[in-house]
Design a protein around this ligand. Sequence first.
Ligand code: SF4
Length: 368
Amino acid sequence: MSTPLYARYPFLEAARQAVGELGVDIETLIAEGAPAVDRGRERVERALLAGRVDAEEPAEWRDEDELLSYPIARILVSLLDSGAAIDKYAAAEAKTAVQRLEKDFEAGDDGLKSTTSARLDRETVLEELDLSTAIRPETSHPSREPEWFRVGVGSYLRLASGDRGDSWRLVNREVVDGDVRVERGELFALLRTAIRRRIAAGLPFEGLTEGEGIVEPLEADLAELRRLLSERTVVGKIDFVNRALFPPCIENLLQKAEDGIELQEFESFTLMAFLTGIGMEADEIIEFCENSSLDPEGIRYQTEYLKDDRGTQYPPPSCETLSAYGICHNEDDHWKTAGHPLAYYQARLEASDDDLVDWRERQSQLSE
Ligand code: SF4
């Protein structure tokens, strides 16, 4: 295996050893503010904001920076001192890893399995996760990934736990000789859980003290990440959709998308976080944004990550952050009314004398 592969899958045990073999000292990297530190902060920031950890500008980083950014991201997320941040970070790392695995396995389907050292094959990842005996392909073909797999019942129950829906319940599965049959797509869902647990294991690191040692040079990065995290404070439960009362920042984003303009990642995150924050489900948002540049798959992907494993809703960024990103223009000076788009919307709902109708109610009347 090689550095490019470890850079893509830094949670592998061999990647950890490779970091040691690079002969670089993490403490020195941090003290010198090396590129890996910036990429480590980006990793955590993207995990918190977008539910993924791949670089926004991959060409900016060397494989070595990418690999070394992983232990630095783990230090940063430990210092945030938040179980929710760790859950979110581990889920984002796992999500990105599985997206890469899907591509690598597909390449294996084309018979390209061993043409690049940056690609990970199924056998290696199962071995790494101690699942090589528990998960086996139902059939084997030299150059094509099988469609069905058998998973030992014990491993299945461990990995399929949680709120996955009825189709995952053992009573609804085909069990053959003590194994549960799963489709290829379901296999990736199970691998995602296994990788997420692997990444969360050992976090947070103990013995890191604020203002001392390696923590001191990270203070500015930490302050920024804490600010993003603090914006998770939920404004109050809103379950009402009325576009006429949306704050200008959100209305502008909607109009931009409806004009067919591709939203930047932070913009679509803000919009999705607002719409889920006012009580909309993914299907409703898809319908609401039907005539826009937003695609249903992207909407589902983002809304899925706007709830953490504990079901906490991830709200949109504050007015201050939206202003820093150029999304807020503080129209009519209404920043004075509320520091948060959800708070602003809530205040407008409460102040409205009109007989307001929920957009969802109108839609269901139209479909009757
Ligand atoms: S002040 Fe806040 S709610 Fe108003 S447009 Fe700016 S970000 Fe949106």
